[in-house]
Design a protein around this ligand. Sequence first.
Ligand code: SF4
Length: 448
Amino acid sequence: MALTGLDIFKKLPKTNCKDCGQSTCLAFAMAMTTGKASLDQCPHVSESAREEIDAASAPPVALIKIGTGDKAIEIGNETVLFRHDKRFEHECAIAVSVCDNMTDIDIIARAKKINSLVFDRIGQLHSVNMVSVCGCSGSAGRFAEAVKIAAENTDYPIILKSEKPLFIEKALEIIADKKPLIYCADAVNYKEMTELAKIHDLPLAVRGSDLNELVEVVEKITALGWKRIVLDSGARNTSEVLDDQTQIRRQALKKYRPLGYPTITFASSSDPYQAVLEAGVYIAKYAGIVVLDSVDPADILPLITLRLNIYTDPQKPIAVEPKIYEILNPGPQSPVFVTTNFSLTFYCVAGDVEASKTPAYILPVDTDGVSVLTGWAAGKFTSEKIYEMIKSSGIEDRVSHRRVIIPGGVAVLKDKLQELSGWEVLVGPNESSGITKYLKNSALFYSR
Ligand code: SF4
């Protein structure tokens, strides 16, 4: 539970010296609770008080960074069990595996395939995030070589997957500066693995044979002074993984520290359809990383779409910029559609206009990213706002006619908009899927 201002105040020196810029220690404590001050601004707080406040104010799930550069990922920092309670902070990273048994040429080809797994969804680019190199060959030298080849051919962060400290050590001689994730420490090797993580300042995945053993190993590793941890409960059966993932998140939110870290999961079924289903379950239920063995876009795209749905902030709808959008190179006689700037709505309209093969303009009105009927009900999609958009967008200079098509669901706006703008207002279909038929019936108005 978060500390109150009074809790923080009790741990401060209470000298009211003002060195922090606040008039009193109490004012400083209150400013901390709202994020307007940070403990670093008080130079007089004792080390023990600092540790207590830091521990109490730390997020229930630690934030872990993996990799470097603009492809580095962050996982964890989560604060809720359900997305609708607030939001999920960091989306699940999707990792694709590479095996050191593969030939060099195959590793290069696979890395390139992984790099190509980038998809445009509602105007945003989404991709996989990591490459997991597993040491199946039984040779530390080959593992290091495979890691080197993979790292040379992708910018994604690497997971070094081997239980053998020697393998990890050899690989780290090559790519420690890329800040990979070490997978994994367990009840047998945790001392050596923790040492490697500490030497190179790297995140360390910890695996138990079950949750109890996981807690024991994590406690041993934190006692050695390392807290950059990613959890693996060891379960591989989907329902057991789901149970463990849920338990880990629940206990983390209760501030049970040994489980207060993000998790890594593996979609391990040899049936590719089943593996995608597994990965979907883990993405939906709290995985920080899901590793799978497929580079087939048909497997990856549904997972990325699912992730996008789950990790979108429900308080911030995805919106497109309110401006003129041209579909199929329109001209002065092309129709003008009005809709809202909710991404999903806009891309449905854009896709259906394109499918109609009719060049057209689309004006998405700024409704703070909400859909047509929600925007109308909230007073954000009104005749006045559409009129403002017509005036400010410059569409009057692009078309020689004065006709605008509004969504059928807001036909009620027609008369007022006509009165304000002087444009002829045509009521389009209720659903964008009706645009093709609508335009065919409106062929008299427009030359294509
Ligand atoms: S610097 Fe520390 S001791 Fe001084 S007023 Fe601020 S909180 Fe109090």
